[in-house]
Write a protein that binds this ligand. Structure first.
Ligand code: CDP
Length: 274
């Protein structure tokens, strides 16, 4: 177990955070699509030191059958932390927290999906936290949303997510682990970026009404930026796939797929367009 000490301050006299970020600055983010061979869709996210992989299987037959929904597919999300993802060994049995986050992630993603197109089926989303350093539920949503698009699940749009918190009386975007642990509060949120509708909003800690409204606006702004990164990651993945298949003109600017339309981002459809 690595010893951890409470930092003297979370915001320096110059107004910078412990990792040198400004209050409205996200951690460095790296998104990759199509990282697993066996899954129908997959993606990874590095957000600061948080590192997560998401895999999607389906739509496929649902077992156990008593979970079947006659009018739509069942979105089954399994969020898990690797035993080595935190300094104290995480016990392998699913914890209450993991079950809660699995539900929260599913609820955040559902409004973007046309699940009614696959009655009685299941879409399985597996989220594995390889390294946890704060903000794992939001990073899980960012990666799972890309993995769903990679699997060709029909979607209204991608879902970006970020946590806004409070430390030393200041609002902060994208909390790291120490800010989460020693700060005054945490508001994870996810949005449909095409309509600004909120699909996840949780609150931990005390916020004044004005602070909460400002935190939500900061969250929406950051989600819009994350959405651009998500679209770019998808674009890169398909340009790479197309060039591996020997297709030409794949990085043509016209070859752009705008996810604010009702669109299936599956590989088959993209290939047909060419
Ligand atoms: O990860 P997120 O902020 O969405 O969820 P949280 O429940 O607020 O957890 C905050 C952080 O605590 C996680 O991101 C982990 O870095 C850490 N954590 C931990 O060290 N050990 C656990 N068993 C669970 C969480």
């Amino acid at each position: 177990m690595s010893p951890e000490t409470k930092p003297d301050f979370l915001i320096s006299p110059e107004g910078l955070r412990i990792d040198g970020r400004r209050t409205d600055e996200l951690r460095p983010i790296e998104l990759k699509v199509g990282v697993l061979k066996q899954a129908d869709g997959s993606a990874s996210i590095r957000q600061g030191k948080t590192y997560i992989i998401a895999a999607v299987y389906g739509p496929r037959e649902l077992h156990p059958r008593h979970l079947t929904l006659n009018d739509r597919a069942y979105l089954r999300v399994e969020y898990r932390m690797a035993t080595f993802s935190v300094p104290d060994r995480k016990r392998p049995a699913p914890s209450r927290r993991e079950k809660e986050i699995s539900m929260v992630v599913a609820n955040a993603l559902k409004p973007a999906l046309f699940l009614e197109e696959f009655p009685k089926a299941v879409v399985d989303v597996f989220v594995q936290v390889i390294q946890a350093d704060g903000g794992t539920r939001c990073a899980a949503i960012n990666a799972a949303s890309l993995a769903l698009a990679d699997a060709g699940i029909p979607m209204r749009c991608l879902i970006p997510a970020v946590a806004v918190g409070k430390a030393d009386g200041k609002l902060l975007v994208d909390l790291g682990d120490e800010e989460d642990k020693y700060g005054q509060g945490d508001v994870p949120m996810a949005i449909l970026p095409t309509t600004d509708e909120i699909t996840l909003l949780q609150q931990d800690g005390m916020f004044k009404k004005e602070e909460l409204l400002e935190a939500m606006q900061m969250g929406i702004n950051s989600c819009k930026y994350l959405h651009e990164l998500q679209k770019e990651a998808l674009r890169r993945a398909y340009v790479k796939k197309a060039s591996e298949n020997g297709d030409e003109d794949d990085d043509d600017e016209d070859d752009d797929f705008d996810d604010d339309m009702e669109t299936d981002l599956g590989e088959a459809d993209l290939m047909e367009d060419e």
